[in-house]
Design a protein around this ligand. Structure first.
Ligand code: DAH
Length: 340
């Protein structure tokens, strides 16, 4: 029996060494240690042995069983490890492979203009703030002193979300937010998207951009407003540019003015673009903040005065970059955008 055990041990260990997969491993386990396995049968026959032989052979058989179990467990580990390696090998990604190179983007001309304007105003001591595109009717119209019957409030001019909320028609409501949140002195600009029910043509779009400015302090005058705008226009377009203030009406400023600047083409000489006038008209709106608007925001209009202005960023971008169609700014056609 001892010889038989030795033989089983040798043969089994040899077989285990050569196993290559889980199925073979299971077959071997059954062959030796299954219910009718060779080793199991021997252990079962132990009863037939003499008292002296039993412990000796029992111990040997048990040791062999442990050895085989260990061998099988090791083989199991080895097979798993090999499977894993094989899987990794198959899944390997060749990171050296060349793919189509991506084009790097750059700042959109509209954003470039907004950043240039903001930087100019920052250099003049203004802070940049933001306001929401979805506004209350109260901030967009009421607090800005716009009368109930003002045409811009009409359903056919403005995108209402409900009776109290709309897509802002201008950036002026940011003035209201600033005055309600800050105490004078206030000196802010704010740029962003605005919305009106306009049909699209070369110069109109239902979504466009404005930049708003507001200064509130003691002793702020129309002279400060005119000087600020004049410096700003010269910085933006060149020292030779002149500004002209024409009286106008806005509900939220009194007095109000529209600003014309020298024609960008002829710089004031008179040419075809400006119909010989030398002026580029209506570049921005401005005025002294209406006392009612100050009071609507809890600012003492006896102590403080202010000026405000608003301009179309799309228009400024178009003259700066010589773009003749506003659609080009929003189509995001790379052939156009790559030129800037
Ligand atoms: N909100 C005006 C518009 O959309 C522009 C404007 C005019 C803004 C005068 C101002 C201002 O702040 O004082 O036409």
């Amino acid at each position: 029996m001892i010889d038989k055990l030795k033989l089983i041990r040798e043969e089994a260990l040899n077989n285990i060494k050569n196993i290559n997969n889980i199925e073979e491993l299971e077959k071997l386990r059954v062959k030796y240690m299954g219910k009718k396995g060779e080793l199991t049968l021997i252990l079962r026959e132990m009863g037939k042995l003499s008292k002296e032989e039993r412990p000796k052979i029992g111990q040997m058989a048990n040791e062999i069983r442990q050895e085989l179990e260990k061998g099988l467990a090791n083989a199991n580990e080895r097979i798993k490890e090999e499977l894993k390696k094989e899987k990794i090998q198959k899944e390997k990604i060749d990171i050296s492979i060349r793919t189509k190179t991506k084009n790097l983007g750059h700042t959109h001309p509209l954003l470039a203009t907004i950043e240039e304007l903001e930087n100019l105003f920052i250099s003049m001591g203004f802070s940049v703030i933001e306001g929401p595109e979805i506004e209350t009717v109260a901030n967009n119209f009421d607090a800005l002193n716009s009368p109930e019957n003002h045409p811009s409030r009409d359903l056919s001019d403005t995108f209402y979300i409900n009776e109290e909320i709309l897509l802002r028609t201008h950036t002026s409501p940011v003035q209201i937010r600033a005055m309600k949140q800050m105490k004078p002195p206030i000196k802010i600009v704010s740029a962003g998207r605005t919305f009106r029910f306009d049909d699209v043509d070369d110069t109109h779009s239902p979504m466009f951009h404005q930049l708003e400015g507001l200064v509130v302090d003691e002793n702020v005058s129309m002279a400060n407003l005119m000087h600020t705008i004049d410096i700003f226009i010269k910085e933006l377009f060149g020292e030779d540019m002149k500004t002209r203030f024409r009286p106008h009406h806005f509900p939220f400023t009194e007095p109000s003015a529209e600003v014309d600047v020298s024609c960008f083409e002829c710089r004031g000489e008179g040419c075809e673009v400006c119909n010989g006038t030398g002026w580029n008209i209506e570049l921005l709106g401005c005025g002294m903040v209406h006392p009612k608007v100050l009071e609507n925001c809890g600012i003492d209009s006896k102590k403080y005065t202010g000026f405000a202005f608003g301009m179309g960023v799309d228009r400024i971008t178009m003259v700066k970059y010589n773009i003749d169609n506003i659609r080009l700014l929003f189509e995001n056609d790379n052939r156009f955008l790559e030129q800037f």
